[in-house]
Ligand binder design. Structure first.
Ligand code: ZN
Length: 429
């Protein structure tokens, strides 16, 4: 079971270089588990015991199954995560021709750790919008192959490189795609038209616009002398999306369960499909009874907001509070911040801890050092949008927001186990 679970995670990570692809990967797995797609623009005819999913902007997804027990009696069980990760996005007029090289101008999406982007074999993926037979349509593309690289400057040309190096994203990040003869002119939209023809078998009349990001072509891998770790891009937060999905599929059918994975968390969640928008509430209002009953249901419900936590790094242990240094492979972390950067309270934390104890899952807690600023996530945003009780948790990781992050391989099992127990739990506090 464990090997299968880990292999499933690696496949999911490799198939999901962008939030668009992550949403597609989740949808495919939901379809295979009997979930049916609902179109937000069409009327819905939901059946008791039905399993459904909805996507918005092709980059956010909500899956739900209607339980045997009426939601007004039992509340609903929600798990939330996000589909996006920090990365480099291609600018609208990106072509640069300098020193005979074809480069693309990029914008930094989210709080990316920039140094690890150098000297990686990069590819490009995302969504392209085009005109075809007079209609405007969109498709996802993925070049798969390493088509670009951002070479470092040799240390001989910057002797101070190891003493601290400020990266200017405008000047230093444009990846190199090719060498061009002086007579050649780079045309990025023509390149995208070729890619659409190759991947989807048609020639667009014109490529109109796109949301494309670079990604590392090195596959996700199990690493360490004893296979203790998983190394991959986008573990924050596809690891939680995957664990939530597995738990939803593995849980029993008694309770109404929801998995919500939204885009734009890394830039504040404020969008039509982000956690700070109306997506979740609009779906729940259509899926659940209305009026008083809707409020009664939400007040009986609980959200587990799953997003990665910072494991204590042996080389930088003083970055953690001495009593709150989560270790990799020692279980999910309950994240607490009295200033509400996390939505956890004693009731929701206590319940999550109880679930872990009942299911023999180790559990840890995290609070940031009192002299450092605390991160945040979708938990407080969803709690304030919906008025639902929330606990913020996540698996401890290293190198968060790097192009290659590190998590504990045993923790995947831990998280799936406790989330499955949560979805199946007959009583909420
Ligand atoms: Zn995150």
């Amino acid at each position: 079971m464990r090997e299968e679970l880990i292999q499933g995670l690696l496949d999911f990570l490799n198939a999901s270089p962008t939030p668009f692809h992550a949403t597609t990967s989740l949808a495919m797995r939901l379809e295979a588990a009997g979930y049916r797609h609902l179109d937000e623009r069409a009327p819905w005819h939901l059946e008791a015991g039905g399993r459904y999913y909805v996507t918005r902007n092709d980059s956010s997804i909500i899956a739900f199954k209607l339980g045997n027990r009426p939601a007004v009696d039992g509340g609903i069980r929600l798990v939330g995560a996000h589909t996006d990760s920090p990365c480099l996005r291609v600018k609208p007029s990106p072509e640069l021709q300098r020193q005979g090289y074809f480069q693309l101008g990029v914008e930094v999406y989210g709080g990316a750790l920039l140094a690890p982007w150098f000297d990686r074999d990069l590819s490009l993926a995302g969504r392209v919008t085009y005109r075809r037979d007079g209609k405007v349509e969109s498709q996802l593309i993925d070049f798969y192959q390493p088509i670009a690289v951002i070479p470092s400057l040799a240390i001989h040309l910057n002797r101070e490189a190891n003493q601290g190096w400020a990266i200017n994203p405008q000047n230093e990040l444009p990846p190199i795609l090719a060498q061009l003869a002086s007579s050649e002119t780079a045309d990025f939209r023509a390149l995208l038209a070729e890619q659409l023809a190759m991947e989807h078998d048609f020639n667009p009349d014109a490529v109109l616009d796109y949301e494309l990001s670079f990604y590392d072509t090195q596959s996700a891998a199990i690493v360490g002398l004893n296979q203790d770790f998983i190394a991959s891009a986008r573990l924050d937060n596809l690891l939680s999306c995957y664990a939530g999905l597995q738990a939803l599929i593995d849980s029993d059918d008694e309770e109404t369960c929801v998995l919500v994975c939204t885009d734009h968390e890394e830039v504040g969640s404020c969008s039509a499909c982000g956690a700070d928008g109306p997506f979740l509430e609009q779906v729940l209002r259509r899926a659940l009874p209305g009026g008083d009953d809707f409020v009664r249901i939400i007040q009986r419900s609980l959200l587990v907001s799953a997003d990665n936590a910072h494991g204590v790094h042996p080389n930088y242990a003083d970055k953690h509070d001495g009593n709150h240094g989560p270790k990799l492979n020692a279980g999910p972390v309950i994240k607490i911040n009295s200033n509400q950067r996390y939505a956890t309270n004693s009731e929701t934390a206590g319940f999550f801890r109880h679930l872990c104890l009942e299911n023999e899952v180790p559990v840890q807690s995290f609070v940031v050092r009192s002299d450092m600023a605390c991160g945040s996530t979708i938990g407080p945003i969803t709690a304030s949008q919906l008025g639902v009780r929330t606990v913020d948790i996540g698996l401890p990781t290293f190198a968060m927001h790097s192009i290659r992050e590190l998590a504990g391989s045993h923790d995947v099992d831990h998280l799936v186990k406790v989330l499955t127990a949560f979805y199946s739990s007959p009583e909420l506090p």
